[in-house]
Design a protein around this ligand. Sequence first.
Ligand code: SF4
Ligand code: SF4
Length: 229
Amino acid sequence: MKFPSKKYPIKNIRAISESNLEAKEPDTTFIDEKGKLVKYKYQCVRCAECCRGNFEIYIREEDIRTWMKLEEVDWALESIRLRPEGIATRDEFGEYNKIGKTLKRLMEKYGEKNYPEKLEELKQFIEGAHLYFGEDKKRPEVHSILEPMRMTPILFPKDLKTIQKGLEWGLEYVICTDAYGFCPFLELNDCSINEYKPLACKSFPYDKEGNLKVNDYRLRTCQGFKKIQ
Ligand code: SF4
Ligand code: SF4
């Protein structure tokens, strides 16, 4: 597992992403909460704040298709985990009792009658196709689909096909950030997988629908936006 052991210098500004320099409208206009027009100018300044801001970088089908063409993919598999919040999130007491998006979608798709059977299938898939790391090996992650969800243990997909299949199930996969919220692929303010980095990185700070909300944390973090009006 490759995790950075120290904080990286912020001064050394180098190319994080040429693609971040393209693709964006130079001017972006928002209507803020008070209905006022706010105008921003965007230009990526290669600050790499998007790589150390503890953002969840979601893996998409397109990323997997790109990576499948590469000979070496261990770097990806070691750094991508199943996102447990898709299965369960915290309730008002802070316990992981609230059903997550993945299971909600499963319920909607298969209805009350077929849901238990599908849930069982999903559990078997998670158990069989992921490597398991955690404190309590007697209590595999899959049990927590039915019981309160825990943040640990961590489940790593065994191969890229697992991620593809998991995405079809509606599971979510993200890059594991370190304790500081740094992406493991960040090296001296540069992206070590720049050519193959996930689409979510290429489109940062926009979300996957290409939207950006005026109060979005990403907008506040990204140094490339300057308010001009
Ligand atoms: S994959 Fe590269 S661009 Fe994406 S967050 Fe990590 S270091 Fe930054
Ligand atoms: S935070 Fe914004 S400006 Fe900085 S590297 Fe990422 S996209 Fe570019």
